[in-house]
Design a protein around this ligand. Structure first.
Ligand code: PMP
Length: 309
């Protein structure tokens, strides 16, 4: 029985965690030519429920397009592999990481001879930005690094190579004693976090940078926009937010599959609002966790129940 063996799906096969290895001359390692997803499954009354799997899959296939990458498996095959990985590893709540990348053959930048390799792994992953981040919020700094412009690298494709920018911004922040960064785009307007979208509350209205601001089209961003509108909030989802507006915001928060809904209490040591999780953030955060942990019947269409597949 391999139920207690950690299993990763790789190129059509279920392999042991320790055997899920690649050649050191793989194209993706040298040139950052991987595309990937970060997805959460939540522990619910009906067993593990993958949140917005369809949308994550769609983004995965879209991320492959600018790189002319053929994923080589159908969405149905990737869904089946993911369900099986969760079952074989006996996971309940977990983080799911599908990745496709140009593999090993030649090392020219052109990947014409390289295969597309693909893997899906899953493991338990707690709060992304620390234990008390969800309740008390995080202190962030505006990074001195700018985000790559969407005219330089497609920022709507979730590409491995993009994350060197995320690392630079995030580690700069952490070296300076902050938990996370906010990254401005090339125009100097607010884009997003290294692995999160950003929301601002001002005078009861909710704003978030638009897709033209060189951001990833976050699935949690879309979820929170939907939840906010359902609760009667006016949401501007194509906002252009200047750096100075961060400081005068009533509330700020991050969203992401890993970060979920995380309040921001200070930016560059300037206290935001009351310096605690604000009321709108709390309302939306509660709505988010009630949704994903299935304490409501809302949006059944967003859930894939592993045990029922
Ligand atoms: N922006 C970036 C750069 C990210 O890496 C992520 C995490 N995938 C997000 C935003 C949030 O996207 P999502 O809500 O789809 O996880």
């Amino acid at each position: 029985d391999d139920m207690d063996v950690s299993t990763i799906w790789m190129n059509g096969e279920y392999v042991d965690w320790d055997d899920a290895q690649i050649h050191v001359l793989s194209h993706g390692l040298h040139y950052g030519t991987g595309i990937f997803e970060g997805v959460r499954a939540y522990d619910t009354d009906r067993g593990p429920a993958i949140f917005r799997w369809e949308e994550h899959l769609e983004r995965l296939y879209n991320s492959a397009k600018p790189y002319n990458m053929d994923i080589g498996y159908t969405p149905e095959e990737l869904t089946e592999a993911t369900i099986e990985v969760i079952k074989r590893n006996d996971l309940d709540g977990c983080y799911i990481r599908p990745i496709a990348y140009y593999g090993y053959d030649s090392l020219g930048v052109s990947p014409q001879d390289n295969p597309t390799d693909i893997a899906i792994a899953a493991w338990p992953w707690g709060t992304y930005l620390g234990e008390d981040a969800l309740e008390n919020g995080v202190d962030v700094m505006v990074s001195s690094w700018r985000k790559h412009a969407s005219s330089q690298i497609p920022t709507n494709a979730k590409t491995t190579g993009l994350y060197v920018n995320s690392l630079l911004a995030g580690e700069e922040a952490r070296r300076n004693g902050y938990v996370e960064a906010i990254v401005l785009n090339k125009e100097g307007n607010v884009a997003e976090g290294p692995g999160e979208n950003l929301f601002m509350v001002r005078d009861g209205k909710i704003l978030t940078p638009g897709l033209s601001q060189s951001i990833l089209d976050g699935i949690t961003r879309d979820t929170v926009i939907t939840l906010a509108r359902e609760r009667g909030y006016e949401v501007d989802d194509s906002a252009v937010i200047s750096r100075g507006e961060l400081h005068t915001a009533d509330e700020l928060f991050f969203t992401g599959s890993a970060a979920e809904v995380t309040p921001i209490r200070k930016v560059d040591n300037v206290v935001i609002g009351e310096g605690t999780r604000g009321p709108v953030t709390e309302e939306l955060q509660t709505a988010f966790f009630d949704l994903v942990e299935r304490r409501t019947d809302d949006h059944e269409e967003w859930f894939t129940y592993v045990d029922e597949q």
